[in-house]
Design a protein around this ligand. Structure first.
Ligand code: OAD
Length: 230
């Protein structure tokens, strides 16, 4: 099947960690995956933060330093270029690395929050900071919390409903580099299928959702995007 984004209007790129793999950002699962080395129960859940915020921040500051050195790859740039030609294009990402925005994309829905945002729930404040390391302890002793959806957290309702709206209305849905095992994100491609969109999966490996797709490109994100976007 020969597909080109030029034949579609309402395009959704649905991205996961594999999108940033070619930038040098480790994925979560598989060889070299973050959760193989770091136990999320110690570093990426609310209980861990309540127990030992410093340890959780050591992990997130390590990630800030690592991701801060990474640049958008060709795939991010091709998607950003696409947005200029197709105003009704949206990126729905599970990534917290901010690389789509760094590549120049504006229409980005961040399902799982951002490594570059922090919040203080007591006073209802969020702020963006690229400080690395970020000094999370405030003068009153309390800690800023990474504005990230950790294990066990609910997704932000407004963010999720934005994602549901654009995916339910798309005519082309391109999933890139996600293992499709984390819910509710993993359910979203079903909405595109129900809407009658052409659904494409870009992933070197098969996923539990592969059979849903009309076309699967078993290659790296940038290679497949060169094919779709040129
Ligand atoms: P995973 O690490 O679970 O999966 C990454 C996927 O990318 C795998 O299916 C790989 O086969 C694929 N992949 C690897 N290199 C690739 C490349 N160059 N091009 C295309 N695909 C490639 O990452 P996610 O599915 O994004 O949540 O994980 C979902 C969520 O689980 C994350 O958002 C994170 C994690 O816990 C939070 O941090 C809240």
């Amino acid at each position: 099947m020969d597909v080109n984004v030029a034949n579609y209007e309402r395009i959704v790129f649905f991205t996961g960690a594999g999108m940033s793999a070619e930038s040098g950002v480790p994925t979560y699962r598989g060889a070299g995956g973050i959760w193989k080395e770091y136990d999320y129960l110690t570093y990426a859940c609310q209980d861990a933060f309540d127990r030992d915020p410093s340890a959780v921040w050591d992990f997130h500051n390590y990630r800030r330093e690592l991701v801060g050195q990474c640049q958008p790859n060709l795939g991010h740039k091709l998607i950003a270029a696409c947005e200029k030609n197709y105003p009704a294009m949206t990126i729905v990402t599970q990534n917290i690395d901010g690389l789509h925005q760094l590549a120049g994309s504006n229409s980005v829905i961040e399902l799982h929050g951002s490594l570059w945002r922090v919040r203080d729930e007591r006073i209802g404040v969020r702020k963006t900071t690229r400080d690395s390391p970020f000094d999370a302890q405030q003068s009153n002793g309390s800690f800023w919390r990474p504005d990230i959806v950790w294990f066990g957290d609910m997704l932000d309702e407004a963010v999720l409903s934005d994602a549901v709206r654009v995916i339910s209305n798309c005519d082309l849905f391109v999933s890139i580099g996600t293992s499709a095992v984390v819910y509710p994100a993993a359910q979203l491609p079903l909405l595109a299928k129900d809407a009658g969109a052409l659904c494409i999966e870009i992933n070197p490996e098969e996923t539990p959702l592969s059979s849903l797709y009309d076309l699967t490109l078993r290659t790296a994100a940038s290679t497949a995007l060169e094919q779709l976007c040129s």
